[in-house]
Design a protein around this ligand. Structure first.
Ligand SMILES: [Zn+2]
Length: 383
């Protein structure tokens, strides 16, 4: 057995007890897990040591919402949006056409590039959805590719109605809940639905989530992004682990979230990139709702892979304190994936962490846009 001591940690946020802030700390890793954490002066001996030079360390970010299996580029659509064309769910079809036309190798290369980009910005766990194939073959191959890079894979055949079924959405729901689900379930842990005007309504979302559950997949939802709607209430009623976007919420929605314990995942990169009003994170936290922050990295509504940017936006635009934003981007993301082994650095947790070129985690929000992540460790190994 080889143990590694990470020493010279100027400030460590373990996220074990609130922020779990320690100064002049050390952390010992064995078998990829945190074996000991505490004041450097009390650290037990280890086989090798790695001095972090007084830098701040935070748990690796847990990005619980991304769409990384796609081909094509929508920079022109972004440019048009910035000059007045509003975002709508229909833009997804542009990426669907490019994704279907791409080879497995092209999709895998783009996926690997984006995961590496995330890694370099401190993300150590990422959820990846399908949803740009919308045929049995293309959804299944998207998830098989995603499975190569993460265990947190989500079947999102119900992203939008496939173009071939525009005149018969009910037949598309039958496909999603039938042959497409059969082909995708072996590669997925989760099932998701875009429950929004222009995508899928409440009854369709319910049917799709029930079908997924019958195949052993756990449900999550895209809801209340573009306007008020039934999605958040449905997620709470079904006891889903997480419901994502949560931009337009009624008081009843907030009450339902608070009593169900469903995590509200906020995706502020989307509002930034679509020049839309931000969700009110403060209102959710004050009501006792568990909150996560994720990137929603996708080629249409938000093409950032940067959790530090999302964290800074949550502080600047959604009323979170820097401490609350860090928690939402680490432990909150883990909760949104039903995980207890990541998102914190308590004894027994996976030794996933980001070393910041900064004296404190506060710099993540204080210095937006600056590449502060100097090193990322996954399972105790430098990546
Ligand atoms: Zn999304």
């Amino acid at each position: 057995m080889t143990s590694v001591a990470l020493t010279g940690i100027g400030e460590l946020s373990t996220q074990d007890d609130e922020l779990g802030l320690l100064h002049d700390a050390a952390l010992v890793v064995e078998h990829g897990r945190v074996a000991w954490v505490g004041p450097a002066a009390q650290a037990p001996a280890a086989d090798t040591a790695h001095d972090l030079g007084g830098r701040a360390v935070v748990p690796g970010f847990v990005d619980s919402h991304s769409h990384l299996v796609f081909a094509g580029d929508r920079a022109e659509e972004f440019s048009a949006r910035m000059t007045g064309t509003p975002y709508s769910a229909g833009g997804i079809r542009t990426t669907v056409a490019a994704t279907r036309a791409a080879s497995d190798e092209q999709l895998a290369a783009n996926l690997a590039r984006l995961v590496d980009e995330m890694r370099r910005q401190g993300t150590t766990t990422v959820e990846v959805k399908s949803g740009y194939g919308l045929t049995v073959h293309d959804e299944a191959r998207s998830l098989a590719l995603a499975r190569q890079v993460t265990e947190e894979t989500t079947f999102l055949g119900a992203h939008v109605v496939a173009p071939e079924y525009a005149a018969d959405p009910a037949a598309y729901v039958d496909l999603v809940t039938g042959p497409m689900l059969d082909a995708c379930a072996p590669h997925a842990r989760w099932i998701d639905v875009f429950c929004e005007t222009g995508a899928f309504d409440e009854d369709q979302a319910r049917a799709i989530l029930h079908a997924g559950r019958a195949k052993g997949l756990r449900g999550r939802l895209h809801a209340n992004q573009l306007g008020p709607g039934p999605g958040v209430r449905l997620a709470c009623e079904l006891g889903l682990v997480a419901v994502d976007h949560c931009t337009y919420l009624t008081d009843a929605d907030v009450d339902a979230l608070a009593s169900s314990g469903t995590t509200a995942t906020l995706l502020p990169g989307v509002e930034f990139s679509t020049r839309s009003p931000y969700p009110d994170g403060r209102r959710l936290l004050d009501a006792g709702v568990p909150v996560a922050i994720a990137s929603d990295c996708n080629p249409g509504s938000c093409f950032t892979s940067s959790m530090p940017l999302c964290l800074a936006l949550a502080v600047r635009e959604m009323g979170l304190s820097p401490a609350e934003a860090l928690t939402a981007a680490t432990r909150g993301g883990a909760r949104a994936l039903g995980r207890t082994d990541v998102g914190h650095l308590g004894v027994g947790a996976r030794a996933d962490l980001a070393v910041l070129d900064a004296p404190s985690y506060l710099h993540l929000a204080y210095r937006p846009g600056v590449p502060l992540v100097r090193q990322t460790f996954v399972g105790g190994r430098l990546t």
